[in-house]
Design a binder for this molecule. Sequence first.
Ligand code: ACO
Length: 325
Amino acid sequence: MSVTRSAVTGVGSYLPEQIVTNADLAKFVDTSDEWIQERTGIKQRHKARDDQPTSDLAVEAARKALTDAGKQAADVDLIIVATTTPDMTFPAVAAIVQRKLGAGVGIAFDVQAVCSGFVYALSVADGFVARGLSKCALVIGAEEMTRLMDWEDRTTCVLFGDGAGAVVLEPREGQGTSQDQGMLGFALRADGTKTDLLYVDGGPGSTGTVGHLRMAGNQVFRHAVVNISEAITAACAASDIQVSDVDWFVPHQANQRIIKGVGDRLGLDEEKVISTVAMHANTSAASIPLALDAAIQDGRIKKGDLVLLEAMGGGLTWGACALRL
Ligand code: ACO
C-alpha cells in the first residue's frame, strides 16, 4: 500500500555565542559545579544576547536546515515554531521567522507545549505534509529559557539554556511499512491536573508580566521516567517497531539522570542514546533538534537510521515519535 509520509530532509541548529558555566553561576547563586553535574549532568549552557530574540535563533537554525535540504526560503510553505519564549505575545515567532527568512506567504504559527513542543509540532506538520497541504515545511524548536529564570532560585536557574534547532519536512512516498523514510508514529500526552508542578508565574492574562519558571523538580522527575517510557512504548507500537529496532534514541535533554532512567527502563543500549545536556542544559523545545543535529554532524546518525524522539515538559505534556531518516 503506497502512503505519503513526511520525511526529514534537512537539519540545522544554532547556539548563541555566550557560554555560561556552572562556575559562572556559582559566583552569584548558592550552588556548585559539583552539585549541578552530579544531579543533572549539566556543565554549561548558552545564553542569548539581550538584543537577540528567539526568532533570531530560529532563523539561524532554519537557514542551516534549508541549506542541508537543498531548499530555498521561497520553497517553504509552512513554518511551525515550538516555543514558550516568543519575542512578543503576538505575532507568532513563526510569522517573524517567515519575514526574516523572506519565505513569502504561506502558513505560519507557533505550538506551545513547553519542552514537548518539538514533538507536538512535528506531529502537526506531519499532518499537513502527509495530507498534501505542505510540500516544504520548517519545524523549529527555539527557546530563550534564560529569560524566564529567577536568578535567585538555585533549584531552577542552573538547569536551563538558550538555543534553536530546525528540520525541513518534505513528502516522500512509502509502502506503509517501518522501512519507509519519514515519520512512522507518534504518542502525545498531556495531564493538565499537574500544571502546578511546572509553570511560569506570570503572563498577559494573569499578572501582566513575563514571570519566572517554577518547578517542583523532584516530583516532575518522578513523573518523567514512568510517563516517557509509556509514551515511547506507545509510539513504537504505532510505528510497528520494537524498541530494540531503534538505531538512535534522541531524548529531550533535561537531566542526564532522567535520560539514563528511561534508557535503563526500556533496556536501551547506552551507546545508542544521544546526550547533549552537558553542553546545552535544558533548552526546552529546542533540545531535541539540537541533539539530533549534533549527532548527525558528528557522523553518528545517518540517512536511513531509525530514530526515536521523546520529550516531557510543562503542562504536564509528554510524547514520543519514531521516524526513519
Ligand atoms: N545547588 C545546590 N543545591 C541545590 C540546588 C543547586 N542548584 N538546587 C537544589 N539544591 C538542594 C535543594 O535545596 C535540596 O536541599 P535540602 O535537601 O537541604 O532541602 C537538595 O539540593 C536536593 O533537592 P532536590 O530537588 O530533591 O534534588 P533532585 O535530586 O531532585 O534534583 C533537579 C533536582 C535537578 C531539579 C531534578 O529534580 C530534575 O531534574 N527534575 C526534573 C526536571 C525536568 O525534567 N523538567 C522537565 C522539563 S522542564 C520544562 O518543561 C520547562
